[in-house]
Design a protein. Structure first.
Length: 405
């Protein structure tokens, strides 16, 4: 959620209060924070696990690794059939899906730890896109299951995060924006939610660049992981049994693949500043983004996906603190790996420093809040939704302050 370059500046420019040390995550731990059980802290990714993730990064489609990364291609692997589980049906009802505080943790429980494909399918069906676009329903289910299979069991960048981002994307799209854009672009924007972190190894771009990882070299040290995530999502479409775009003519299919790549690339935090500058220009010139122009529409969708990716500080406190602790646990795991490799540990990734949650609060205030303020001003179609997000973010920041962070 924040970049090492920013964290380094944070350490030199901010005087952060001394706060309780970060709790140790791992199997069998029972961690509470502010009276709430932390549900994403029950496993760990020690250096050997992260090194394995890095070793497999870029080799997902080799004969050695591919069998464990794809399902058997049968739609029976899909875990939801309407009418078989009333509790799951109720959770995936329209009213429930449209709630900003959708209970993703309950969905994880009801799907035996596989929430992504089920939620993604339900959200796509919410817009009746299978019928409108003539999508092969079996291929769609297989594609979504393949998405889920191509996530590593990272502490933060995992199928739960992908599902959360897709849900937030749908929340921002639902209504005026979704009604104003072509249905095929709506489909790609929704799919970009679970696509945006496919194959994430649990370490950041900076480490891959420092280690001269083959994937970093391939993408010339630019948006390394984001390029790779998009490539996996698009490469999966090359398998006929997963090709959800087979209903479109070849030229349109290529256009939609390019749109997916363009959306996913904008989840790179290195683009955050330029994105905000672009939005500010719109606000200053009193020319809000429009869905009429293809270029403006694309930038709007890029902005909405980026906002969705950073939206967990805008969730209810009991949900928000789950994600805050998960991202910090992943950061500190990378710090442990850097120490294991004999590298200088990036300050924000060093669990021996009392910086984690106070630093995250600063990130919410300095990065996430301005983004939603700009979205509210430059995209009038979602102004009320952005204000809902801002109100909850401010309440969460206030609670962090009350707790001494």
């Amino acid at each position: 959620q924040s970049s090492p370059s920013w964290s380094t500046r944070c350490f030199t420019s901010l005087s952060l209060p001394m706060t309780p040390s970060f709790p140790k995550n791992g199997p069998g731990v029972d961690i509470k924070f502010d009276g709430v059980d932390l549900l994403l802290m029950g496993h760990e990714t020690p250096p050997d696990v992260l090194l394995k993730h890095m070793d497999e990064l870029g080799r997902e489609f080799t004969a050695e690794i591919m069998p464990s990364r794809t399902l058997k291609g049968e739609a029976s692997e899909f875990l939801w059939e309407m009418g078989k589980n009333p509790e799951l049906d109720n959770l995936l009802s329209k009213e429930s899906l449209l709630s900003w505080d959708f209970d993703l943790f309950k969905l994880r429980e009801l799907t035996n730890g596989r929430p992504l494909a089920v939620l993604a399918y339900a959200l796509i069906q919410l817009h009746d896109l299978v019928k409108i676009l003539g999508i092969d329903d079996v291929k769609l289910k297989r594609y979504l299951c393949a998405f889920e299979a191509n996530y590593n069991n990272c502490l933060y960048h995992n199928p739960m995060h992908a599902a959360d981002v897709m849900h937030a994307t749908n929340y921002l799209l639902m209504g005026p924006v979704a009604n104003a854009i072509p249905p095929e672009e709506l489909l790609i924007t929704l799919l970009s939610g679970p696509a945006h972190d496919l194959g994430h190894p649990g370490v950041n771009n900076m480490l891959l660049i420092k280690q001269q990882h083959p994937v970093a070299v391939k993408y010339s040290n630019t948006s390394v992981l984001e390029n790779h995530h998009a490539a996996i999502a698009i490469d999966l479409l090359s398998q006929p049994e997963l090709d959800v775009l087979s209903c479109f003519p070849p030229e349109k299919r290529e256009e939609l693949k390019t749109l997916m790549r363009d959306l996913v690339l904008y989840t790179d935090m290195s683009k955050h500043g330029s994105l905000l500058d672009n939005l500010k220009e719109r606000v200053d010139s009193e020319k809000p983004l429009s869905t009429e122009s293809e270029d403006e529409r694309r930038f709007m969708l890029q902005t909405l996906l980026h906002a969705a990716d950073l939206s967990n500080p805008c969730k209810a406190w009991t949900i928000h603190i789950q994600w805050t602790h998960a991202i910090l646990a992943e950061f500190f795991s990378q710090g442990d790996l850097e120490r294991h490799l004999g590298l200088e540990v990036t300050p924000m990734l060093d669990r021996t420093l009392s910086c984690g949650r106070s630093q995250q609060k600063a990130f919410f205030q300095g990065f996430v809040r301005p983004l939603f303020v700009m979205c509210a001003s430059s995209i009038p179609l979602i102004r009320d939704k952005c204000q809902t997000c801002l109100d909850q973010l401010d309440a969460n920041v206030a609670r962090w302050t009350e707790l001494g962070f």
